[in-house]
Design a protein around this ligand. Structure first.
Ligand SMILES: Nc1ncnc2c1ncn2[C@@H]1O[C@H](COP(=O)(O)OP(=O)(O)OP(=O)(O)O)[C@@H](O)[C@H]1O
Ligand SMILES: [Mg+2]
Length: 237
């Protein structure tokens, strides 16, 4: 799976795969991610997917938003959860408020039904909520499991944005409760050792790696590299 680079992403309108101004290659790359993921989820026991990356700024939140939009365009009900309580950005990309969300629910201070926002007919969003002092403990608590089992039957697919897996433990505690992770790596930025470290941490925590998204590929001349890279990575798991 791979995603081409755009000059500048700044908002939902900019990054939406529905936006006619978005280059064809970018829209198609998100559709390809959607197709791969649909296939992987069709044989999985759970419909929840975590999006992460080795380090910060590699495109996790952008990928999570666009994956969710791409799924919702198929007419499927999709819930996008911002579980990056340390650095919530999804609400900005969707041009909505943060408000009560994951941290409030996990702390027993809010009800999930009151926090979910409807973005369009098929796309729903659960914000991160206020920054808590203990995000990884909250995600590792039985409350997070309860939250997922409450929401997942109501949606075809639940996409969860998380912090970088090599930096904090949030993803490692949350992802074992899901079908697995989509690992975002950024072309020309993410180092080989970072990817190896991320994969071994995930494996050690018993997390399934569903696939990788190579984000920000500069141009179509990278095609050969991209496919070689993906198939190598995929076979290894
Ligand atoms: N394919 C791309 N082409 C151009 N810009 C991109 C691309 N993907 C992401 N960006 C930009 O890179 C920056 C980081 O992206 P994003 O917020 O999605 O990363 P992240 O991994 O979620 O970061 P963090 O670890 O801080 O949560 C943002 O300004 C985003 O608009
Ligand atoms: Mg992010």
């Amino acid at each position: 799976m791979s995603v081409f680079s755009r000059k500048k992403y700044s908002s939902y309108e900019d990054i939406s795969v529905q936006n006619k101004k978005i280059p064809f290659a970018v829209v198609e790359s998100y559709k390809a991610v959607r197709a791969n993921l649909s296939f992987l989820l069709s044989s999985a026991k759970r419909n929840t997917v975590v999006v992460t990356s080795p380090n910060s700024g590699e495109g996790k939140s952008t990928t999570a938003v666009n994956m969710a939009i791409a799924f919702s365009q198929l007419g499927e009900r999709v819930l996008l959860i911002d579980a990056d309580m340390r650095k919530a950005t999804i609400h900005k990309k969707l041009k909505t408020e943060n408000g009560d969300g994951v941290s409030n629910i996990l702390a027993g201070m809010a009800e999930v039904g009151d926090c979910i926002k409807k973005i369009n007919e098929n796309l729903f969003f659960l914000p991160a909520g206020r920054i808590p002092p203990n995000p990884s403990e909250l995600l590792g608590s039985p409350e997070f499991e309860k939250l997922l089992s409450k929401v997942s039957p109501a949606y075809s697919c639940v996409i969860i944005d998380t912090p970088p897996i090599n930096v904090v433990s949030d993803t490692l505690v949350a992802a074992p409760l899901t079908a697995g992770v989509v690992m975002v790596v950024r072309d020309g930025v993410t180092q080989h050792d970072d990817i190896k470290h991320a994969i071994s941490s995930a494996e050690f925590a018993g997390i399934k790696i569903l696939g990788a998204v190579i984000n920000g590929i500069k141009n179509s001349s990278a095609r050969g590299y991209r496919y070689n890279y993906y198939s190598k990575y995929y076979k290894a798991h």
